[in-house]
Design a protein around this ligand. Structure first.
Ligand SMILES: C[S@@+](CC[C@H](N)C(=O)[O-])C[C@H]1O[C@@H](n2cnc3c(N)ncnc32)[C@H](O)[C@@H]1O
Length: 292
C-alpha cells in the first residue's frame, strides 16, 4: 500500500533550484496523497513552508499524523478540498508547485474505496467520500445513452455497446453494488483481449474520471494555480490520462503569464517504469511564470 512518488527526480530537477534560491520559499501541493513529493521537498529545503490540498479526507487524516511536526512548527498547512478551489488571495502565492493527478496507491488498493476491480468493495470511487454521486449511482440510474457517452468520452472505449446493454439488462434484476460485480460483468461480456490488461480497466477509469469530475478540476484549477505563481515560479503537472495531458498542454501553451519549460513532454525512465508499474503512463509538464 506504499505510494512511491512518481518522477521525483525530474520534478526535483525542475522545482528544487528555484525553491533553494528563495529567501522564504513557499511550495504548493495540489494533490497531497501520501505526501511523497511533499515530504521530499520539506526535508530537502529547510526553510520551506508549504500548503497542501487533497479532497480525500483519508489523505488529510494520514498527513496530520505523518507531518505533525511540520504542522506544529507552522511549516505546513493542510486543506481538505479540491485544488480547483485554490484562490491566491485566500491561500497565498507560491514559488513552486505540483499537481500529481489521479489516485494514490492506498486509494486503489483498499477495496472499501471502490476503485479496484481486483479487491472487492462497494462501487463508490469518490475521492471525497463526503459528497457527490457514487459509481453505483451512475451505473444503476443513468440512461443507456449517457453511460455510452461516459465510457466513450472518459474511457476512450470505441465500442462500449455490449457492456452497456448488459449493465442495463442486469441492473433491472439486481442493482450493482460492488466493484467485482461490475468487473465480472465486463469480463464476461468483453473477455480478455490483451494479456495483463483487465478488460474492466478502461471502464473503471471512465467511471472514476466522471464521478470525481477530474477533467473539470484540471480545466478550472490549473489556470487559478498559474495565477498564484510568484515571479519565475514553476508549476509541474503529472498526468496519467491522455485527455488530462491534452488539457494541461493547451493551458500551458495558451497562458499569457509564462511558458512551458520543455517543448516535449517528459516521461519516466525505463528503470522507473520497471520498478514502479504505476509510473507507466505518467507524463510530466512544467510551466514557468515570467519574471517581473
Ligand atoms: C496520485 S496521488 C498523489 C500522490 C502524492 N504526490 C504522493 O507522492 O504521495 C493523487 C491524490 O490527489 C488527490 N486528488 C486528485 N484529484 C484532486 C483534486 N482535484 N483536488 C484535490 N485532491 C485531488 C487524490 O485524492 C489523491 O490522494
Amino acid at each position: 500500500m506504499l505510494h512511491i512518488p512518481v518522477m521525483l527526480k525530474e520534478i526535483s530537477d525542475h522545482l528544487l533550484p528555484h525553491l533553494l534560491a528563495q529567501k522564504e520559499p513557499r511550495y504548493l501541493d495540489g494533490t497531497l496523497g501520501r505526501g511523497g513529493h511533499l515530504g521530499y521537498f520539506l526535508s530537502t529545503v529547510p526553510k520551506l513552508r508549504a500548503i497542501a490540498f487533497d479532497q480525500d479526507p483519508e489523505a488529510i487524516a494520514y498527513a496530520k499524523t505523518e507531518f505533525s511536526k511540520e504542522i506544529y512548527e507552522g511549516r505546513l498547512e493542510l486543506v481538505h478540498g479540491n485544488f480547483a478551489s485554490y484562490n491566491s488571495e485566500i491561500h497565498g502565492a507560491y514559488d513552486a508547485g505540483l499537481v500529481d493527478l489521479g489516485v494514490s496507491s492506498p486509494q486503489l488498493d483498499q477495496g472499501h474505496r471502490g476503485f479496484s476491480f481486483i479487491h472487492d468493495g462497494p462501487l463508490d470511487m469518490r475521492m471525497n467520500s463526503m459528497t457527490g454521486e457514487t459509481a453505483a449511482d451512475v451505473i444503476n440510474n443513468y440512461d443507456e445513452e449517457d453511460l455510452i457517452t461516459i465510457f466513450k468520452k472518459y474511457g476512450e472505449i470505441f465500442k462500449p455497446y455490449r457492456v452497456t446493454r448488459a449493465i442495463v439488462h442486469d441492473r433491472r434484476e439486481k442493482p450493482f453494488q460492488t466493484t467485482l460485480q461490475l468487473a465480472g460483468l465486463i469480463e464476461r461480456v468483453d473477455g480478455w483481449r490483451k494479456k495483463g490488461f483487465h478488460p474492466a480497466t478502461q471502464y473503471f477509469m471512465a467511471l472514476r474520471l466522471y464521478v470525481n469530475q477530474e477533467l473539470q478540476s484540471v480545466e478550472q484549477g490549473i489556470p487559478a494555480l498559474l495565477h498564484g505563481l510568484r515571479s519565475k515560479g514553476r508549476l509541474s503537472v503529472l498526468t496519467f490520462h491522455s485527455l488530462e495531458d491534452r488539457i494541461v498542454k493547451y493551458l500551458f501553451r495558451e497562458s499569457d503569464l509564462g511558458a512551458p519549460v520543455n517543448k516535449k513532454v517528459l516521461v519516466p525512465s525505463e528503470q522507473e517504469e520497471k520498478s514502479n508499474s504505476r509510473s507507466r503512463s505518467a507524463k510530466l509538464r512544467t510551466f514557468e511564470r515570467d519574471g517581473e
